[in-house]
Design a protein around this ligand. Sequence first.
Ligand SMILES: C[S@@+](CC[C@H](N)C(=O)[O-])C[C@H]1O[C@@H](n2cnc3c(N)ncnc32)[C@H](O)[C@@H]1O
Length: 470
Amino acid sequence: MSASSRMDRPTPLRPATRGLAWAAGLTAAVLAARQVRRPPTPAELRAAALDVLEAALPQRRTFDVQLWDGTVLPATVKPVTARLVLKGEHSLGRMLGLPLDLALGEAYLRGDFEIEGDISTVAGLTTAFDAPLTPARVARVLRNVQRLRAHAGPAPRPVTAHLDGTPHSRERDQQAVTYHYDLSNDFYRLWLDRRMVYSCGYFPSGNETLDEAQTAKLEHICRKLRLKPGERLLDIGCGWGGLAIYAAGQYGVQVLGVTLSEAQLREGRARVEAAGLSHLVRLEVRDYRDVVSEGPGSFDKITSVGMAEHVGRANMTTYFRSAYAALRPGGLMLNHAIGANVQPPKFPKWLQALTSGGFMQKYVFPDGELLPLWETLQHAEGAGFEPRDVENLREHYARTLLCWSDNLEARREEARALVGEERFRLWRLYIAACVNGFRSGQLDLYQTLLAKPDEEGRVELPMSRADVYR
Ligand SMILES: C[S@@+](CC[C@H](N)C(=O)[O-])C[C@H]1O[C@@H](n2cnc3c(N)ncnc32)[C@H](O)[C@@H]1O
């Protein structure tokens, strides 16, 4: 490399200097914005957009960006997997609000921009920012952001959940569940597997179809729990009844499945009847806090699959205590839940607050909370459980989500007709964003086997896991 080209290259800044550079840039931009009165020309808008995009986009990206006038900022890494298309002059300004995840998400829901191709490659945009920037460059970019935002004008807010009451009260949890799961059974049927299982599948060979992977997951859970005919199984958060029906049909256990969703209950009961399992499976609308009403110790085994994410940190001990009380001494519980990976934060706290405004909690899973594994285990142990086994299936969840995403794309016209354009875009975006989270390791999926030892400290488990893989 020649001396001059080395000098042309901006020097990467240390985090503290970078923080100062952003603060200086922000101040300069605010001051300059007061002077910007004249509406920008199309050429100025395009130049401003390119300047901002070059500074904000990941340095290594497999997607092109197309401006409203057809100008293309090409991908930097081949093969190209997607194209982000800005629909109009106002698009970028609307995407650049704060917190950034909310502004980007809402802009996508409104249709300010489109993503052609693999959406998941674009979904990590809020955590990019790896371009080396000098303070002068930061100031210029922020002036351009200001300019684009002023030109974009106000934008309507997409529809979200209306929740009343204290977070994680029974009433509010009910509202949160209704918002997500009562959307439309027909919609979920379009893209879930035939059993309508709405949680991570299991792809032991990597070649399974979604149907096969969900069946394999149900089997994996039943084996981990060492289910035996005649046992009583409680399924907390039973969805559309997939696990309850499988366990009763394949293992001859009696199942009580509880959900908070009326729509799921209707579909689930119809499926139980169609499977001829009404004598073994009972589904109810019931909160996890009320499962002990069947009587203390009335279940031999408990499953909770994709449900603990709704509980919230503050209620996690109550959740495990409630399950512990419903389980007989010597019984087992399988807790299958998404966990948040506790990697060291990439940005300082103030910058995190600017990039993350809880889009998922606002629009997708109201009041949803993801805990790191250690915290979940702490609550489980605090309630009396003994952890026996933990398996992380995050790669399996990325595959599952890709299957859902492909199915949703394939049935997009029906999906739009069932839930409308905005909901369709929301579900499409959330599924793609989750693929990215599980791939990158920001999200995990833990199956945790918990035991309630009996009075003598005994647990009904063999000396090895070999039987699970028989
Ligand atoms: C992601 S779905 C998983 C459904 C099912 N286990 C499966 O794997 O397909 C989460 C389930 O948890 C249920 N749920 C959420 N909060 C609940 C609560 N407080 N009490 C009981 N069920 C709840 C929802 O109604 C829904 O059935």
